[in-house]
Design a protein around this ligand. Structure first.
Ligand code: IVH
Length: 665
């Protein structure tokens, strides 16, 4: 293949992987493989400047800019580090530093490479003034309100010895134990699990709701001090000072001189890092003296004075014995690889998800294939490749099933979606049970006297076929089931009866309408106020609501047009469940903002932006995007952007705080 073709192929692949990683949060190859492809591309591009393309994936390091936050330009761009994977690369780095410093003596600071998301904190006169994400390296999101909830980040510094203005950079992480707690919670409420703590930390830090952020207990380690008046020339010494000002700095930092000491550090932490409370994926080597760092300088993307050494994700190779297919609550089919059991990173692995048909095709998987399984920062192992050289000549490719393994219905695949679905939602057991389990879950009706096993038992015994049947259960129906005493039967029936008081918005979520999550259910409930208006809403009515798109609107319509669902809804009504917002919630609407054009700006404490938009509309006002002479006022959360502030001042537009606004309505 000629080199231009290869460049184009690599660009296409990397764009796709990048999208899967950054947009879908569903990486399909390991970071290491991604980096190898990227290296190959950068190498080819540097040898062929005539094929340069401003949109090549090599020109960006991935952006995590979020539209909802105010974008801030970094004073010093946030560069990334060149990655290396073996001793030879480390030796090359060491020798190039040596050459660059023309024989001068130098120290290398070795430290952990944290696997979270980077943050830049600015302190002026000892106070935290701003926290900005990396974004695209040049501009980041101002997430100060969220950063302030992270307990280990000092808001006010200790002592007096710090420079009057400086920046400190580091990593925001969700500790392993918090990650597991969060995923357990999500499992219970049937929300999709986070694949690893990095995704969870990133989702958390970019939330518009800083209260939620505070509850997630993020952690942070700081590893880089920048500014004009730093106390020392040494990076290590500066961080030791920063530690005295109250920062939690990178653990286990060590200053060394020789290559052998670097190798020893790498080897020591390869196993020791497993005892750290947060995820790490390598180590970072930095020339210690800032004067020497400046002398070595930067390439376009990374410093010449530092590199990252990445530990290999633990990987195993094992035969794929069988593919089974699971049916979820919504009817989505998930293929699962059943492999010969193999030890990986301290646990036995025998199952891994194969996601969907395209995933299987992308590896051209055959039964009996030796597959590579990795468990990097992930809890759930994933298949990252196949050793085709070990495939036997008569191996059979995997056929995706055409019919539901549970109820035999023919599967459908909706255009543009990757999943297959079983359409038999009213007759397919895992879908029926899944919907009942969703209905009773904590964030829905919260019937904690029931659990998945009880639902399964009642379903098997023919006592329940849908969640409306729950309200028809009497103590005598279940007394003595599985040897349970009357007391427990009474408790179960009481738990079900108590759920009749659950607010309308949670009932909307509990119905399990496809694509209607907890937040969307709230939006729908608050907008339509009662079940009849919601059930009769048109596509246009639904899409009017900010946050409701075509897919969700179509799904809501489909749900209420199904007579089976309407019968269930009507039965729930007859049992006395809440079919409208409570008086208090309805009363929040008024005409108090009638004729007012309101701009929303900044980060809020009590409600999300979408919720404020709803509140403005339900009180007769209009939410507009940009400030003009006609703007009535700005509803301002924390960290409103300086240009907006200036414009408001110039045009004489009032600024109303979140608390003032809530009092007003
Ligand atoms: S120093 C100019 N030190 O790795 C050098 N980075 O690819 C600035 N990281 O974006 C970074 N641990 O998010 C540095 N001890 C450490 C680190 C570290 C993790 C991350 C950081 C950066 C990426 C570099």
């Amino acid at each position: 293949m000629d080199e231009l073709n290869r460049i184009e192929e690599l660009r296409k692949q990397l764009h796709e992987y990048n999208y899967k990683y950054y947009v879908l949060n569903q990486p399909t190859i390991s970071d290491q493989e991604f980096d190898f492809l990227m290296h190959e591309l950068i190498d080819l591009e540097s040898r062929h400047p005539e094929f340069a393309d401003p949109n090549s994936p090599s020109n960006r390091v991935g952006s995590d800019l979020n539209q909802e936050f105010i974008h801030v330009k970094h004073k010093y761009p946030m560069l990334s580090l060149a990655n290396t994977y073996n001793e030879q690369d480390v030796a090359d780095f060491y020798n190039s530093v040596k050459r660059g410093l023309k024989g001068e003596d130098f120290d290398i600071c070795c430290e952990m490479k944290y696997d979270g998301l980077s943050i830049s904190l600015t302190y002026i006169n000892g106070k935290l003034v701003r926290g900005v994400t990396r974004g695209d390296g040049v501009n980041g999101d101002d997430v100060t309100a969220n950063v302030k909830t992270i307990r280990c980040i000092p808001l006010v510094l200790h002592g007096q010895e710090y420079p009057s203005e400086f920046e400190i950079r580091g990593e925001i992480l969700l500790p392993w134990n918090e990650f597991e707690r969060l995923n357990r919670q999500r499992e219970a409420s049937e929300e999709p699990l986070f694949a690893n703590p990095r995704n969870a930390a990133s989702g958390t830090l970019k939330s518009q709701n800083s209260k939620l952020v505070a509850n997630r207990h993020l952690d942070s380690y700081l590893y880089y001090l920048l500014g004009d008046n730093l106390p020392c020339d040494g990076h290590y010494e500066n961080l030791m000072e920063a530690q005295r000002w109250g920062f939690k700095i990178s653990k286990g930092m060590k200053k060394v001189k020789t290559l052998q000491e670097i190798y020893d550090f790498i080897e020591y932490w390869d196993s020791e890092r497993k005892n750290l409370p947060v995820a790490t994926d390598g180590i970072v080597l930095k020339v210690n003296s800032i004067r020497q760092q400046n002398a070595l300088g930067y390439t376009a993307k990374s410093p010449r004075w530092a590199i990252a050494y990445k530990y290999k994700a633990e990987r195993a190779c094992t035969p794929l014995q069988e593919v089974t297919f699971q049916v979820g609550r919504t009817g989505a089919i998930t293929p699962v690889a059943n492999m010969q059991a193999v030890q990986l990173a301290g646990t036995t692995v025998k199952r891994a998800t194969l996601n969907n048909e395209d995933f299987i095709r992308s590896f051209d998987l055959h039964i009996g294939d030796y597959v590579y399984v990795e468990k990097g920062g992930e809890i759930i192992p994933k298949i990252v490749g196949v050793d085709v050289t070990k495939r036997s000549f008569d191996a059979k490719p995997i056929d995706f099933i055409t019919h539901c393994p549970e109820c035999g219905s023919e599967l459908i695949r909706i255009d543009g979606e990757s999943a297959h679905y079983c359409p038999n939602d009213s007759g397919c057991p895992p879908q029926i049970k899944g919907r009942i389990e969703h209905f009773i879950s904590r964030k829905a009706m919260n019937i904690d006297s029931l659990g998945p096993e009880t639902v399964d038992e009642y379903y098997r015994r023919g006592l329940i076929k849908n969640f409306a049947d729950l309200y028809d259960i009497h103590v005598q129906d279940i007394n003595g089931f599985d040897g349970k005493k009357e007391k427990s039967a009474v408790k179960i029936v009481k738990g079900i009866a108590d759920s009749k008081n659950v607010p309308f918005e949670r009932l909307v979520y509990a119905l399990g309408i496809r694509f209607v999550g907890e937040t969307s259910a709230k939006l729908l409930a608050r907008h339509f106020k009662n079940i009849d208006s919601l059930a009769n809403a048109s596509m246009e009515d639904l899409q009017q609501i900010a946050g409701v798109g075509e897919v969700m609107a179509g799904s809501v319509i489909g749900y209420f047009h199904n007579p089976v669902n309407m019968e269930i809804v009507n039965r729930l009504r007859s049992y006395g469940l809440k079919m409208q917002l409570s008086g208090e919630q309805v009363d929040t609407s008024s005409n108090i903002l009638s004729g007012k054009s309101i701009v929303i700006s900044g980060v809020f404490k009590y409600h999300s932006r979408d919720e404020y938009k709803q509140i403005i509309e339900s009180n007769g006002g209009k939410n507009v995007g940009s400030i003009s002479g006609k703007t009535s006022f700005i509803l301002a959360g924390d960290n409103m952007g300086p240009s907006k502030l200036e414009k408001a001042g110039r045009l004489g537009v009032d600024i109303v705080s979140e608390d003032e606004f809530l009092k007003m309505i």
